[in-house]
Write a protein that binds this ligand. Structure first.
Ligand code: BDR
Ligand code: CA
Length: 317
């Protein structure tokens, strides 16, 4: 069993990833922590509570702080054209959800849970890296107590999706992402190099909705707006970015990784770009020296990953 804290900004593809974690038999979801990104922190937190209630998820929800690590960063606006005004595909999520939040801020929830389960917790982060960086800043020792960190973010050998250089989760808080990549904990980065190859067709989603009962039907309803947006980018379906990071945790053999220190550019026209120094390459002294090798994902068996995601969403196996 993998004990998982899911750090998320729901978000349509985040919702799919959450149902995957909830239904996968090898995952024990111990907490959901929210971050802003696909919508404001109020909206992503409301959405996490909505999904927790709709899907009967036991894990507590802890709300993140709604600003970047470096509070001076200008706000860039929410991607309502992709995730809808409500962050969940304009399905009319109720304004208020009558469920309690964990009293701690997200980063404190992460610290406490990691400390209570040394060596056992996997952090899956599929939004901005703000909560993870805050947790490290407040308690650097947790880096040695976490089992693994798996993030959806970044673009190594392909263009970004928010600028030619940067992927959205990293671009939204580059300083936080650089803290996370350079900390002495094992990070695997599932970025656009592989997620953009993982496109779930409309037909596959409707098959999941038929097989997977009411929770899968809700997921399908949430996803339609996002699929319509992606029609301009992919043939017929949705890129399942965040579910790829979850699939990696239970089936790493379906991914190919490259080892090397990873830095994030902070500022300038390539703000938020992720750059890896592969271990196999030698360079004169540079800004990557002295930082731990992390794993950048550069290959995926997309068909097998989609099948794993689809089967898990449909029936939990
Ligand atoms: C990432 O950005 C968000 O819009 C998605 O939820 C995903 O985590 C893709 O760049
Ligand atoms: Ca996300």
């Amino acid at each position: 069993m993998h004990k998982v804290i899911f750090d998320t900004d729901p978000g349509v593809d985040d919702a799919m990833a959450l149902l995957f974690l909830h239904r996968h038999p090898a995952i024990e979801l111990v907490g959901i922590t929210t971050v802003f990104g696909n919508a404001s922190i109020e909206t992503t937190t409301r959405n996490a509570l909505f999904l927790k209630g709709a899907w009967n998820i036991a894990a507590p929800v802890a709300k993140g702080i709604g600003e970047t690590l470096d509070a001076g960063r200008p706000h860039v606006g929410w991607p309502t054209g992709i995730h809808g005004d409500d962050g969940l595909g304009n399905i009319d999520v109720p304004a208020q959800i009558d469920l309690p939040l964990d009293p701690r801020p997200a980063h404190r929830f992460i610290i406490d849970t990691v400390r209570a389960n040394p060596g056992q917790v996997t952090l899956i982060a599929v939004g901005r890296m703000t909560n993870l960086a805050r947790a490290l800043r407040d308690d650097p020792e947790i880096a040695t107590l976490v089992k693994a960190v798996v993030i959806m973010g970044g673009a190594f050998d392909v263009p970004g999706n928010i600028t030619p250089a940067a992927e959205a989760n990293i671009h939204g808080d580059p300083e936080a992402a650089d803290v996370v990549m350079t900390a002495p904990w094992p990070v695997t980065v599932i970025g656009l190099d592989v997620t953009t190859k993982t496109v779930m067709s409309r037909a596959m989603l409707s098959d999941i909705a038929e097989r997977g009962g009411a929770p899968a039907r809700l997921l399908s309803d949430i996803s339609q707006f996002y699929i319509d947006f992606y029609e301009h980018h992919v043939d017929d379906g949705m890129i399942v970015h965040d579910s790829c990071a979850c699939a990696y945790v239970v089936a790493p053999e379906l991914f190919q990784t490259r080892s090397g220190a990873i830095r994030v550019l902070c500022g300038g026209i390539a703000d938020g770009q992720t750059i890896q120094k592969p271990d196999a390459r030698l360079f004169p002294p540079n800004a990557w020296d002295g930082f731990p090798s992390q794993q950048a994902c550069i290959g995926i068996d997309a068909e097998a990953v989609l099948k794993l995601i689809g089967d898990t969403l449909a029936d939990g196996n």
